[in-house]
Design a protein around this ligand. Structure first.
Ligand code: G2I
Length: 363
């Protein structure tokens, strides 16, 4: 539950007033005891909800101890994704020995704040436990290890996680399969099997393939398009395509993002923007910050233009906690909130795009 004080954070009023004006409301909806942020037009998630979408942010376990950060996460967003807590190294650190501590902590936090949870991720080439990546496995052994992992993790979170990134980053840039341990040992059938095992463990969770550099049309997104088409034709349970959207100003906006989202939707799957951030070469200046805001607005509009684009998740919402400076030297300032948790122009651009879509929907 949110306190009235949390609902009247500085700066909310301007966005709320714009939203209320555009929506023809006399004022932003009053804080009603028991109402959640999905009804609150002063938050990004509340605005997204008016178009039937969620707006979320990833969170890593240590960040929950940052109270200001955790509180804002809980009040502004309607969805979260554990940044690391549900990965294989965390959930099955020893073969057959499962540890759900980190994932549970985020699920419990999310429940206490009324946020939904996307599960990330059941299989990936990175952050595997040593016992798995350094072992030598036959195809049958690895298949059974993968089946057990997926079954245990998905069952544990049944009813608590509404969507899973079942397979993460399984393609190369040129559209060939990534040579991960599963592909090398089992061959491409591991993808369909993983989806089937996840479905068996939780028939209600939405099952996604998820990757980066697939936001625009190109060889990599073409490969996913063909793969999802084949999986569907074979009756394999695939429900969604996750576009991570780790964008960088210096590389240009993804080519035909809206059309690309639309073609996946036309295949009969949901699309989600799952890990959005827009980095730049530092230092951030007014021009770059303005361009970044424009891009945040464009991504939001591209998603909201397609009915089956179900929501947007930032990969962390503030520059205070971001993976980027450690991964890309000299780059950063990628999120809509700065290190002091102050809103940047990107925040208003997202709000404006969400508001415009809500007006189109109600108008
Ligand atoms: O790399 C950005 C994301 C790309 N898509 C898949 C995501 O799962 C991935 O997330 C990031 C996390 O946000 C980082 O926090 O994945 C990284 C690993 O590739 C995570 O970084 C690692 C650090 O490299 C480790 O040094 C650290 O021990 O996080 C670990 C746990 O804090």
């Amino acid at each position: 539950m949110r306190t009235p004080a949390a609902r009247t954070r500085a700066g909310s009023a301007a966005l709320a007033a714009t939203a209320a004006l555009l929506l023809g409301l006399a004022a932003a909806p009053a804080a009603v005891a028991g109402a959640d942020h999905r009804q609150d037009a002063t938050t990004l998630d509340g605005l997204a909800h008016r178009s039937g979408r969620y707006f979320g942010s990833a969170v890593d376990n240590p960040e929950l101890a940052d109270t200001d950060y955790a509180n804002l996460l809980g009040s502004e967003f309607g969805q979260t994704t554990p940044g690391n807590g549900m990965k294989w190294y965390a959930t099955e650190p020893r073969r057959g020995v499962f540890d759900f501590t980190a994932g549970d902590e985020i699920v419990n936090y999310a429940r206490s704040k009324g946020l939904t949870v996307r599960g990330h991720t059941l299989l990936w080439h990175s952050q595997l436990p040593d016992w798995l990546s350094s072992g030598t496995w036959s195809a049958d052994e690895l298949r059974s290890i993968l089946k057990n992992h997926i079954t245990q993790v998905v069952k544990h979170y049944r009813g608590k996680v509404f969507a899973w990134d079942v397979a993460n980053e399984i393609m190369n840039e040129d559209g060939t399969y990534r040579d991960n341990i599963f592909y090398k040992t089992i061959g491409p059938s591991y993808i369909a099997d993983a989806l089937r095992w996840a479905r068996a463990a939780d028939p209600k969770a939405k099952l996604y393939l998820n990757d980066y550099n697939v936001e625009g049309t190109g060889a990599k997104s073409d490969a996913y398009y063909a793969l999802i088409q084949r999986l569907k034709a074979d009756g394999v349970p695939v429900d969604g395509f996750g576009m991570q959207a780790h964008l960088a100003l210096q590389y240009g906006f993804p080519y035909q993002m809206r059309q690309n989202i639309q073609r996946f939707a036309d295949l009969g799957v949901d699309v989600a923007v799952t890990e959005l951030d827009i980095r730049m070469i530092l230092p951030a200046d007014a021009t770059r910050t303005a361009q970044q805001a424009d891009w945040y607005g464009q991504v939001t509009s591209a998603c909201l233009a397609v009915r089956r684009c179900v929501g947007i998740t930032l990969w962390g919402y503030s520059d205070r906690h971001s993976w980027i400076p450690a991964a890309f030297e000299g780059q950063g300032a990628a999120l809509p909130w700065d290190e002091e948790l102050r809103r940047k122009p990107a925040y208003d651009a997202i709000g404006a795009a969400l508001t415009a879509a809500a007006v189109r929907r109600t108008g």
